[in-house]
Design a protein. Structure first.
Length: 370
């Protein structure tokens, strides 16, 4: 039973690989690891597996990231595609490219946008008209060279437009814009409604509203020309494209209106910010002037400085009051001496001291006033 399940899984893997157009590095690694896993289950052991690694400048290795694995797979696909078309003559290259494009359309229809992009990119390998097959006659081969205008119109332009659409679906507007720029380098691309429309949509997603509006207006003008000159069947498709363009332009107008509102609100906010900062500056300057004039605590005023005459007058008044107190003390002392309540020894030990310098100063001031 185990052998039957193993054989059935290997057959299913082989069938799925046959459906793939290219065999990538990841496919090879997965096939090797699947074989090792089958052997491990049969031997009841674990022998590990293989993984893609990147060599560093110092000689060491580390496991490759998902982006590095994807890049290696893409290089493998492009190499295989180049080998496929290298021996083909120009006409067969054109047929191979058309087949590749149809395969990419199938992947796009089921939502495999990344795989579709890889297939579309392989179509660009067939742009070279030369062939490595030396068995044929050179003159006969030159007669079968496909004109450049046919290659651009039937291969290069459709492939680039499909790549731009895949990039938009994958949320990569920058890549979509680049693909459209490459497409519009050709004369057929400049007159393409899809090229102008998809570049306008990519630029709108990038926020480049002015250039996006120019592209959408150009796409609408080209669409009107098609409606005016095309047959009835082509007009129906052109009318449907016109509705899509108008919806996209309406969406762009709403975004522009919202952007203008946001810009006005931002400008007003900046003005309010600068006004508030100027008010704070004025308050700070007035507060600084107040501090300089009244001090940090204006309620606690510093004592006023007195003039020399006011200081002399205050000292004179204070000296008179002190002299008066001292005269009263001396009078009381004399009165006690007359009454005889104290001994002579006490008289010498006790008594109110007299400031002789103060008395001299008072007498000098009295003479001046006299």
């Amino acid at each position: 039973m185990a052998e039957d399940s193993t054989s059935s899984s290997s057959l299913s893997n082989a069938a799925s690989e046959k459906k793939k157009m290219f065999l990538t590095t990841s496919d090879i690694m997965n096939r090797m690891n699947a074989a090792i896993k089958e052997n491990d289950s049969a031997l009841s052991g674990d022998t590990g597996g293989f993984e893609l690694q990147r060599k560093l400048p110092d000689g060491s290795h580390r496991p490759a990231s998902e982006a590095e694995v994807a890049a290696a797979d893409f290089q493998t696909k492009m190499k295989q595609a180049a080998e496929m078309v290298a021996m083909l003559p120009p006409q067969q290259k054109l047929q191979w490219t058309k087949h590749q494009r149809m395969e990419g359309n199938k992947l796009f229809a089921i939502g495999e946008y990344k795989e579709a992009m890889d297939v579309y990119l392989t179509c660009l390998v067939a742009m070279d008209q030369s062939s490595k097959n030396n068995s044929g006659d050179a003159e006969e081969e030159s007669n079968h060279i496909v004109p450049t205008a046919v290659i651009e119109e039937e291969i290069k332009l459709p492939v680039l437009l499909n790549l731009a659409l895949c990039a938009l679906k994958l949320g990569m507007p920058t890549k979509a814009e680049k693909f459209c720029n490459f497409a519009m380098e050709m004369e057929a691309g400049k007159c393409s409604v899809k090229a102008n429309f998809r570049r306008g949509r990519a630029r709108m997603l990038l926020g480049h509203y002015v250039s996006a509006e120019l592209d959408l207006v150009r796409a609408l003008e080209l669409n009107d020309e098609i409606i005016a000159t095309s047959k009835e069947y082509d007009k129906k498709e052109a009318h449907s494209e016109r509705e899509v363009i108008l919806r996209e332009m309406d969406k762009l107008n709403k975004l522009i209106t919202q952007a203008e509102k946001n810009k006005a609100a931002q400008k007003k906010a900046m003005e309010n910010l600068f006004q508030s900062s100027s008010k704070v500056t004025d308050y700070d300057s007035s507060f600084a002037n107040t501090i300089n004039n009244n001090g940090l605590y204006p309620e606690k005023k510093a004592p006023e400085k007195l003039s020399n005459e006011q200081q002399l007058e205050e000292e004179y008044q204070l000296s008179c009051f002190e002299w008066y107190l001292r005269m009263i003390g001396r009078g009381a002392q004399k009165l006690l001496d007359i009454i005889g309540e104290e001994d002579e020894s006490d008289k010498e030990e006790e008594g109110i001291p007299v400031d002789q310098e103060l008395v001299k100063q008072f007498l000098a001031d009295a003479k001046k006033n006299a």
